[in-house]
Design a protein. Structure first.
Length: 120
């Protein structure tokens, strides 16, 4: 039984829209991130500078978002929005670290030991 062409076109369009949506940078509310917690003035925060950094990070993410794996985008978005504050700077830092770690050789014959552990 042949599938009607209209159904094929609709499914194709929905796939394109879904892929395009997945390639969009999430909208984060960074206002709380760039203000003192509970109005505490003892914490020095340059709100304008903070917002500018967040805006620059979002602009960079807009250019590079599709280059990061979807799983990393999802995990890093969750990480960057934990604790009630959101940050594009935190999001792009997470994505860049995951990308850079993925580029490391898998087996470099390295072992990890606490610095204070004596050798046998």
């Amino acid at each position: 039984m042949a599938i009607p062409i209209k159904i094929v076109v609709i499914v194709a369009v929905l796939g394109i829209v879904t892929a395009a949506h997945a390639a969009e940078v999430p909208t984060l509310d960074v206002n709380r991130t760039c203000k003192p917690i509970n109005g505490d003035r003892s914490m020095q925060i340059d709100t304008d500078r903070c917002l500018r950094s967040e805006r620059e990070a979002r602009d960079q993410l807009s250019r590079e978002w599709a280059n990061f794996p979807a799983a990393d985008r999802g995990l890093c978005t969750q990480t960057a929005t934990m604790g009630g504050t959101a940050s594009y700077v935190g999001l792009i830092t997470c994505l860049e670290m995951k990308r850079d770690v993925a580029k490391l050789p898998v087996d470099r014959n390295l072992t990890v030991k606490p610095a204070g552990l004596q050798k046998k």
